[in-house]
Design a protein around this ligand. Structure first.
Ligand code: PLP
Length: 445
């Protein structure tokens, strides 16, 4: 590829191919090279690219109005999306606040929780406990409850430190994730921390039901989520589920929390909620939280683009397509099929030490030694190098060097929920080739 000068910058100086088109699970660059979107972008494009019904709904809305400021107008699109969202979330979570992304949704949840405390005579509650590792976004509020040092450390002096508890990592601690005692073991760390902080000072607990890029699709052990709900209830702490990555069907249920029958106080959604067609997110809160805030003068928060009609029209069409095409069920079925293919690769490649996840939120983890669970040496930068090799082969996957709170490389394999068995075979074949090349590269000479 020829070097082009650029005015743009993101993470570094490296230039990327230029995207030309995307349809279904495939993407093409301007040189005509085809890629399989094996990570749905960043676990976003759940219904695949170029869905005609979503594009038609967007065109229709664009012809009518693309912007109406939320303090001047409601729109049919925002009303429809809010109503559908309330339908799809647990009973009582009926109040929807629109934003343009995951970090904004997280900020909104933190601020609603705080304003609810103020409105109900609990001004001493401000601490938001979260887990380590975790990822809740890149704005300073969301970063304060994120635990991943490379992203947080530079900004530590600019943030108020928030308490963290370990995310469950049964596989590293040699515990059986199917044993309820394991779930209680990790959940009770939350109770210990609430007591240590002073229960009257704790506002909320934030949790990703299935870890995303933070843990590499780690699923909580049996009993964990239920016990967390009990603990939050007992101490009057709000339970806030970050379903930015897990929501909108990715784990084989519309919400990952449905796997455990959990009803949180607030849910935040983004990514698959508008499936990459527009920037959109939502905070969905229990009416019981919102009413006192509205009674006390209103929610002191809001973004200019909140409730943008075009975004809401796209979001509503995405939810309709998820339902029409049966994509939540497909994520469950194809997720099982992909997981067993990844397990077959694990049988063949000893550097894969673990395969995990739910639905189509799946990951494998590289290990130098399965028995000791030692990670590959950091200098190999396996997470980076493997992703590049796969990319060169025409497969996009997503990775980070982090696992249950310690170093380790995981690779997320999360194709769009429209994926077919034949396409899973294509993905598996490309992973196979990329793994073979990576093994060759790191083999001692
Ligand atoms: N929460 C989770 C669980 C995420 O995975 C992400 C993004 O990866 C966010 C929040 C932040 O979302 P955004 O990047 O849209 O701000």
């Amino acid at each position: 590829m020829t070097e082009r000068p650029s005015y743009l910058f993101y993470q570094g100086r490296g230039r990327k191919p230029v995207l030309d088109q995307a349809r279904g699970i495939y993407m093409w660059d301007t040189d005509g090279k085809r890629y399989i979107d094996g990570s749905s972008g960043a676990m976003v494009c759940n219904i695949g690219h170029g869905n005609e019904n979503v594009l038609a709904a967007m065109r229709d809305q664009m012809e009518r109005a693309t912007f109406g400021y939320r303090l001047h107008f409601e729109t049919e699109a925002s009303e429809r999306l809010a109503a559908r969202t309330a339908d799809l979330t647990p009973e009582g979570l009926d109040r929807v606040f629109f934003v343009s992304g995951g970090s904004e949704a997280v900020e909104s949840a933190m601020k609603l929780a705080r304003q609810h405390a103020l409105a109900t005579g609990q001004a001493q509650r401000w601490k938001v406990i979260s887990r380590s590792p975790s990822y809740h976004g890149c704005t300073l509020g969301a970063l304060a409850i994120t635990s991943y040092a490379p992203l947080t450390a530079p900004f530590d002096p600019m943030m108020r430190a928030m308490p963290k508890v370990p995310a469950p990592r049964a596989y590293l601690d040699g515990l059986d994730p199917e044993d309820e005692a394991t779930g209680l073991h990790y959940a009770n760390m939350l109770e210990d921390r609430i007591i240590e902080e002073g229960p009257e000072t704790v506002l909320a607990f934030f949790v990703e039901p299935v870890g995303g890029a933070s843990t590499g699709a780690l699923v909580p052990p049996r009993g964990y989520m239920e016990r967390v709900r009990e603990i939050c209830d007992h101490y009057g702490v709000l339970m806030i589920l970050d379903e930015v990555m897990t929501g909108a069907g990715r784990t084989g249920r519309f919400l990952a929390s449905e796997h455990w029958g959990i009803s949180p106080d607030i849910i935040v959604l983004s990514k698959g909620y508008a499936a990459g067609y527009v920037p959109l997110g939502a905070m969905v809160a229990h009416t019981r939280l919102v009413e006192p805030v509205l009674d006390e003068g209103g929610f002191q928060h809001g973004f200019t683009y909140a409730g943008n009609p075009l975004a809401c029209a796209a979001g509503a069409a995405v939810l309709e397509e998820i339902e029409r095409l049966g994509l939540v069920q497909n994520a469950a079925t194809m997720g099982d099929a992909l997981k067993s293919r990844l397990e077959t690769l694990m049988d063949r490649y000893p550097i894969i030490g673990d395969v995990r996840g739910k639905g189509l939120l799946l990951a494998f983890e590289f290990m130098a030694d399965r028995r000791s669970k030692a990670p590959l040496p950091a200098h190999l930068r396996a997470f980076d190098r493997f992703v590049q090799i796969a990319y060169d082969h025409g497969l996009i996957v997503y990775s980070r060097r982090t696992r249950g709170g310690v170093d380790g490389d995981h690779v997320l394999v999360c194709p769009p929920m429209i994926v077919s068995e034949a396409q899973l075979d294509e993905i598996t074949d490309l992973l196979d080739r990329a793994l073979a090349q990576f093994m060759d590269e790191i083999r001692p000479t």
